[in-house]
Design a protein around this ligand. Structure first.
Ligand SMILES: Cc1cc2nc3c(=O)[nH]c(=O)nc-3n(C[C@H](O)[C@H](O)[C@H](O)COP(=O)(O)O)c2cc1C
Ligand SMILES: Nc1ncnc2c1ncn2[C@@H]1O[C@H](COP(=O)(O)OP(=O)(O)O)[C@@H](O)[C@H]1O
Length: 295
């Protein structure tokens, strides 16, 4: 799928879905359904309009593009969101962006979508414009809650990974570069590729997870600890540590992509290192049992 920055986009008759779409969750997918073009913002608009309230993001812009592409859209158009763009009127968003730059014939948005200076534009304003057809999608509910990016962030943090995944449809993914640790992993018999979390993104709650890891050389199952390792005084803060099954090699400075499928248990302190090693063995077996068909 093609990713274009707004200034480079070419007008043609388009079915455009508009939104920030962090997570590309079940509700977003209803808005994106039938669109050939997804119009989104980067960075997240709150970084400009309300920096104190910037949420931790679920997806990187690259992951968003991957997911949007998998839904059948042909092009993702990214608006480089800045103070200048935030100051434009709602009418200018319609005239200059949707009609002139994109050539929209159909526009689809969620019912809570707002746009233009001071969020003065709303779906009714889009609907009143007869240069394109507007589809307004009602907020989706699941189990009596509105499906939203912030609800899913809370579920990931609170340990409800599988439930969060069911709302995301495609499981939660995080990515980072492997750094050096304390060289303790290999002594325990379980070397772990360590990734320092990027604080712009959501980190799932402290726990052990069954994941699939992608490295530059292949895919492996991985038992992953997210947290602070209460067994040891590390002074390193939060880390993501992945023990890759059936792998032996050097991962330092490479990019590791982890897909989080199941939460196995909370991160704990054990009576001794032997008990921790035994538990890590059980975590590995459980990962293999749950995810055998994934690699
Ligand atoms: C599957 C798995 C489970 C783990 N569980 C715990 C745990 O419950 N408590 C804990 O303190 N550390 C846990 N760890 C982290 C280990 O203590 C950590 O991998 C070890 O300290 C290695 O550190 P290093 O990577 O800096 O060498 C776990 C690691 C893995 C891979
Ligand atoms: N099966 C494996 N899973 C994860 N990392 C591995 C594995 N086998 C070898 N490695 C390598 O070992 C490193 C981790 O070893 P470890 O002793 O935990 O040291 P540190 O945590 O200090 O980096 C990884 O970064 C990777 O380069």
């Amino acid at each position: 799928m093609k990713v274009t920055r707004l200034p480079d986009v070419e007008p043609r008759p388009r079915r455009v879905a508009v939104g920030t779409f962090d997570g590309v969750h079940l509700g977003h997918r209803e808005v994106i359904r039938d669109a050939d073009t997804v119009l989104t913002f980067d960075p997240h608009p709150t970084t400009v309009v309300h920096p104190a309230a910037v949420p931790k993001l679920i997806t990187t812009i690259d992951r968003k593009a991957e997911l949007v592409g998998s839904l059948g859209a042909q092009e993702m158009v990214v608006i480089p969101f800045d103070a200048d763009f935030a100051g434009r009127s709602a009418q200018s968003f319609i005239d200059d962006v949707l009609v002139r730059s994109l050539g929209a014939t159909h526009v689809s948005v969620g019912e809570n979508f707002r746009f233009g200076h001071r969020a003065q534009g709303d779906p009714a304003m889009l609907g009143a414009d007869d240069r394109f057809e507007t589809r307004v999608v009602q907020l989706l509910e699941a189990d009596g809650e509105i499906v939203s990016s912030s609800h899913i962030r809370g579920l990931l943090l609170g340990g409800a990974l599988e439930y969060a995944n069911s709302l995301l449809v495609d499981p939660f993914v995080m990515q980072g570069v492997v750094v050096h640790g304390d060289k303790r992993g290999r002594e325990l018999g379980y070397p772990t590729a360590n990734v320092v979390p990027d604080d712009q993104y959501v980190l799932p709650g402290h726990a052990v997870y069954a994941c699939v890891a992608e490295t530059p050389t292949g895919r492996h199952l991985a038992a992953v600890n997210v947290g602070v390792r209460p067994m040891f005084e590390t002074g390193r803060g939060e880390l993501i540590e992945a023990y890759l099954l059936d792998f032996d090699g050097d991962l330092y400075d490479t990019t590791l992509t982890l897909t989080f499928h199941h939460r196995l248990r909370g991160e704990r302190r054990f009576d001794g290192v032997d008990a921790l090693i035994e538990q890590m063995g059980r975590d590995v077996e459980e990962t293999r049992r749950l995810l055998a068909e994934q690699v």
